[in-house]
Design a protein around this ligand. Structure first.
Ligand code: ZN
Length: 256
């Protein structure tokens, strides 16, 4: 599957903590060893092995953005050259431009960006292999079925008595299952907004749609089993697949 994002190779390993501490527009990404810079309509992700990924944040037409992207890369290379003492040749770096692929083979070539358990690496591999083998619809259903079962388990294990207890139980469940660091906030209108930092799809390429069908359905199923009501909807509004560096889910109740 063709990704939206693009890659450039700086040709040198990059010290991420030094990069973030010396250039103010590069920020740490929570739960991942990479740096993120955000500009108007697009962003950069810099990996420790020297890969620079361009993501499109407003889903603009990437080709329309290209002159701005090239100018920013050239500027970033000058800044990184000075701050990190590296000789980075802009024309050589720009010549390495490639479109990303969202498949298991490509994913294997990305650097490990987080210390994590087995599920961290295994789970996106299964997802991407299923995408190739079975296509998007079957893959989404597969991940949703797993998520649905896990959501039921989470509620049956913890037996929460209130929405606060449910959210605490889900945070613990995500941590134990190595699905990432979950933070929830109750909302006035809906039920809650949940953010996941360092999720299993951390550093996966931008594909123009969210990856986290399993997590989304896990949250939905947990609320369904807790409330005993089926009119629950969960939307994933931010995701690595959309070019973000964390995932965000909005849970709400539909009118009956
Ligand atoms: Zn996601």
């Amino acid at each position: 599957m063709q990704a939206v994002s693009e890659l450039y190779d700086l040709g040198k390993p990059i010290d991420i903590s030094k990069l973030v501490s010396s250039i103010d527009y590069f920020k740490n990404v929570r739960g991942a060893e990479l740096a993120q810079a955000t500009f108007d309509g697009f962003g950069f992700q810099v990996f420790p092995n020297g890969l620079l990924r361009v993501v499109y944040l407003d889903h603009e037409d990437p080709s329309a953005c290209l002159p701005k992207v090239v100018a920013k890369i050239a500027q970033a290379l000058v800044d990184m050259g000075k701050a990190l003492g590296l000789g980075l040749d802009a024309s050589a770096v720009l010549a390495t431009h490639t479109k990303e692929e969202a498949n298991a083979k490509h994913y294997s070539s990305l650097p490990a960006v987080k210390k994590g358990g087995v599920s961290y690496r295994l789970f996106p591999h299964i997802h991407l292999a299923s995408l190739e083998l079975k296509g998007a619809f079957a893959t989404k259903r597969l991940m949703e079925l797993v998520g649905s079962e896990l959501g039921r388990c989470a509620v049956e294990q913890a037996r929460p008595q209130s929405l606060d207890e449910l959210l605490t139980a889900l945070k613990k469940f995500f941590s134990e299952m190595k699905l990432g660091e979950l933070e929830c906030e109750k909302t006035k209108k809906g039920l809650f907004v949940a953010r996941v930092y360092g999720c299993a799809y951390t550093a996966c390429p931008q594909i123009g749609e969210p990856y986290c069908h399993l997590e989304k359905e896990l949250l939905r199923s947990a609320v369904i089993h807790f409330m005993g009501a089926f009119n629950i909807t969960v939307q994933e509004t931010k995701c690595w697949g959309l070019g973000d560096t964390y995932c965000e889910f909005e849970a709400s109740m539909l009118a009956k």
